[in-house]
Design a protein around this ligand. Structure first.
Ligand SMILES: CC(C)(COP(=O)(O)OP(=O)(O)OC[C@H]1O[C@@H](n2cnc3c(N)ncnc32)[C@H](O)[C@@H]1OP(=O)(O)O)[C@@H](O)C(=O)NCCC(=O)NCCS
Length: 193
């Protein structure tokens, strides 16, 4: 296991949010704004049901991966402890978007999922792409998931995100189903760890 990958800290939140907006801008989470993302990343760093690891080069974060160990429990925790903070983090427009995304994602929310753990976000800064860092972050996340006695993981990737699909297919993830999430076609993959 490479020592370049370490657990994210609270002080990393702004960097992670900026990287998210820069690299994963076309996503439901980005559309709801920076304040919303900060709340979500705080959960992805601190919750016992999720984790975030950063890839460090020369003391700087150049990549990261966030993953969930138990989606249902994380969702319930956010619903009961963060609903008001999230509502107040949204402006009127993003509040309307939130409602729209909720209804356009019902299929994803209620349809059978492959398993409770999921690779959620991954990004590598442009200057460092194609050096195997994304691949190492996925391997690392899988190791941590297994250390938590979880042996199945899923990932949903926007149909247009070809590079992430290459990465995931190279890691022997298997196509499971197409889902509609916030009006976008997503391909869900799974892997037995
Ligand atoms: C997806 C991403 C994390 C991959 O990071 P990376 O460090 O460049 O990935 P790697 O160098 O480990 O490459 C992984 C595989 O993808 C392939 N790949 C990477 N970039 C590619 C490109 N531009 N074209 C074709 N294949 C590519 C590599 O050849 C490699 O294949 P291999 O395992 O056969 O060698 C990075 O492109 C990124 O940050 N994208 C934007 C954020 C994003 O879309 N995240 C996913 C949604 S959350």
């Amino acid at each position: 296991m490479t020592t370049n990958i370490i657990k994210a800290q609270i002080s990393d939140i702004n960097i992670l949010v900026d990287m998210h907006i820069r690299h994963i801008g076309d996503s439901f989470f980005s559309y709801l704004g920076k304040k919303f993302l900060r709340i979500i990343y705080a959960e992805l760093i601190f919750s016992k049901y999720a984790s975030t690891y950063v890839y460090i080069n020369d003391g700087h974060i150049i990549g990261y991966i966030s993953f969930i160990l138990n989606k249902k429990l994380l969702f319930i925790k956010i619903l009961f402890t963060k609903s008001f903070v999230i509502l107040f983090s949204l402006n009127f427009i993003s509040f309307l978007k939130c409602i729209f995304y909720f209804f356009s994602s019902i299929g994803y929310i209620i349809k059978k999922q492959y398993c409770k753990s999921e690779l959620l976000f991954i990004a590598v800064n442009d200057d460092y792409k194609k050096n195997g860092i994304g691949s190492k972050l996925v391997d690392f996340a899988e190791t941590i998931i297994k250390q938590n006695n979880i042996y199945k993981v899923q990932v949903s990737i926007n149909d247009e995100n070809i590079i992430s699909q290459i990465l995931i297919k190279n890691k022997k993830y298997i196509f499971y189903r197409i889902i509609n999430f916030y009006g976008k076609k997503m391909n869900m993959y799974y892997k037995q760890l």
